[in-house]
Design a protein. Structure first.
Length: 199
């Protein structure tokens, strides 16, 4: 087992996301990496999905390695945007898990081969390639933010995607609304979609 491997000490286990958060608070700085599955089966046999807010809270306390049976982008990408440092499929070899644990504990990020390939193909098209022909009066950054608004992203999600602060994103959104002469982000998103953004 991984917990009995050289250089790895298992300091605790928890059955639910809430219990993980409580445990992390108690253990504090003694936890280098938290390994968890955001989609698991509860004690009553009912499937449970850890919320992105829970993941983000845990990622703020310690480095998180997700070990999950799900490998679709709908699970991987939100987890990464929540701040997790690694993602492995269940069934990964002990050697691969240990490699990821050591890389993440040292401050890096690590992914299984299959996950890395899926992420590569996803992010090839993740950043919006906005045309200057659409809203030429906007800056490139403002067009990127507008594209994400059209996709339905929240300010927090835009900030994580573009590696900006939420305050900076709010400022961009305010400028967008003024330049587009619209009342709110919904109207801005509709204008963007009409121009072909948000696809």
């Amino acid at each position: 087992m991984v917990d009995s491997s050289p250089g790895v000490d298992l300091v605790g286990e928890s059955a639910t996301a809430g219990a993980v958060g409580t445990r992390l608070e108690l253990l504090g700085a003694t936890v280098d990496v938290c390994v968890m599955d955001p989609c698991f089966t509860g004690a009553d046999g009912v499937p449970v999905r850890c919320s992105i807010e829970d993941l983000a809270t845990m990622a703020a306390r310690t480095r998180v390695l997700v070990l999950s049976g799900a490998d679709e982008e709908a699970v991987i990408v939100p987890a990464l945007r929540a701040g997790v440092r690694g993602y492995l499929r269940k069934g990964a070899s002990q050697q691969e898990i240990l490699r990821c644990l050591h890389v993440i504990a040292a401050g890096g990020a690590a992914f299984g081969v299959g996950t890395a390939e899926r992420l590569s193909s996803f992010f090839d098209g993740a950043q919006p390639e906005t045309s200057n022909a659409a809203f030429p009066f906007l800056t490139e950054r403002e067009r990127q933010v507008l594209d994400f608004l059209a996709r339905g992203y929240t300010n927090r999600r835009i900030a994580r995607t573009l590696v900006l602060s939420e305050k900076t994103v709010r400022n961009h959104v305010s400028h967008l609304l003024a330049k587009l002469q619209v009342n709110d982000r919904t109207e801005a998103a509709l204008r963007a979609k009409e121009a072909g953004l948000g696809c």
